[in-house]
Design a protein around this ligand. Structure first.
Ligand code: BDR
Ligand code: CA
Length: 317
């Protein structure tokens, strides 16, 4: 089977970790590299977490490069409330053995694009700082990007202290604007779909815990990341970032519409929101495939199968 070459750009992060679990187990994807971005925690912490996750998954051969330490124009912000002081509080993780790449994330992405004979899909699951920088710095490489399949935004409702916006876009709205005006095909997994793509707290979570060492890791991630959502009565923990990977593996799980989406950079209460033209009234052509709904059961099944596949592979523990 011909695999889709992807670069995972992430800020692990509990749901980023589950996105990596899914991507690195899929027969449909070839992960060329992992690049870190700052977001859920500082760049030092998210980079260290990415390396620890690869070690746990027995994927030392997958290269990791470190991203920019702050957004393009504004100050950074982290999400310690959701992901803890380490950015990945909860499970115990092994120390990484594989060295970090010497290039920056953006240099490394450019190198991978240059060297690849096929077009490459970028899968950002954190703020879009690295991707925005790549687009500005290496415009000649844009034709080598097949698609940006990202987690971020929401076209119906937001979920951050800036009411209408979503965390990844809010952290670096200018980078998001560069991405959405780049002309590169985009798949957008916003909160509209990811908030409902959950692992339930009861039987569902326990099925992961009992499925092997990677499933246990996922259950422990959900134990920590899910506690806030459980407190507010949600039936499960939203596994936002894994949705972007799931769309590449099994797009039929999702319902989507092609829409024109713009980033609001001026609004007082709507700053960093992803404004979608649902009725085509702007006259502007769609720039994103916006996912609006998922089949939660199939999503969980895909994640659980991914966890089980590591046991078959006999990954390092
Ligand atoms: C996004 O914000 C982060 O906290 C998660 O990792 C996810 O990428 C959801 O709004
Ligand atoms: Ca993330």
């Amino acid at each position: 089977m011909k695999k889709i070459p992807v670069i995972m750009d992430c800020d692990p992060g509990h749901d980023d970790a589950i996105a990596l679990v899914l991507a690195l187990s899929s027969e449909k994807l070839k992960v060329l590299g992992v690049t870190s971005c700052s977001g859920n925690q500082t760049i030092e912490k998210t980079t260290y977490n990415a390396r620890r996750i690869l070690e746990l998954l027995g994927k030392r051969e997958v290269p990791v490069a470190r991203g920019r330490s702050c957004p393009l124009l504004n100050d950074g912000r982290t999400a310690a409330g959701a992901h803890g002081e380490t950015g990945l509080d909860g499970p115990v993780l092994p120390e990484p053995v594989a060295p970090l790449r010497e290039e920056t994330a953006v240099e490394f992405m450019a190198k991978l694009l240059e060297e690849s004979e096929e077009k490459v899909t970028l899968v950002p699951t954190g703020p879009l700082t690295n991707i925005g920088t790549l687009i500005l710095s290496y415009p000649h490489l844009l034709p080598k990007i097949e698609r940006i399949c990202m987690m971020g935004g929401s076209v119906v409702s937001g979920c951050s202290d800036k009411g209408a916006s979503e965390f990844n876009i809010l952290v670096d709205a200018y980078a998001a604007d560069i991405v959405f005006t780049s002309g590169i095909p985009i798949t957008m997994m916003g909160l509209d779909v990811t908030n409902f793509s959950t692992i339930g707290y009861g039987e569902e979570k326990e099925a992961f815990r009992n499925s092997g060492h990677v499933g246990k890791f996922v259950a422990e991630l959900v134990d920590f990341f899910g506690r806030l959502f459980q407190m507010i009565g949600w039936p499960g923990a939203p596994i936002h970032d894994a949705c972007a990977v799931a769309w590449l593996i099994k797009p039929e799980i999702f319902e989507s519409r092609d829409l024109h989406v713009e980033i609001d950079l001026n609004g007082e209460n709507t700053y960093a929101s992803t404004v979608a033209d649902f009725h085509g009234l702007s006259g502007k052509a769609p720039n994103a495939t916006v996912c609006l709904k998922s089949d939660q059961k199939q999503f969980v099944e895909l994640l659980l199968d991914a966890c089980k596949s590591y046991e078959r592979e006999g990954a390092v523990r």
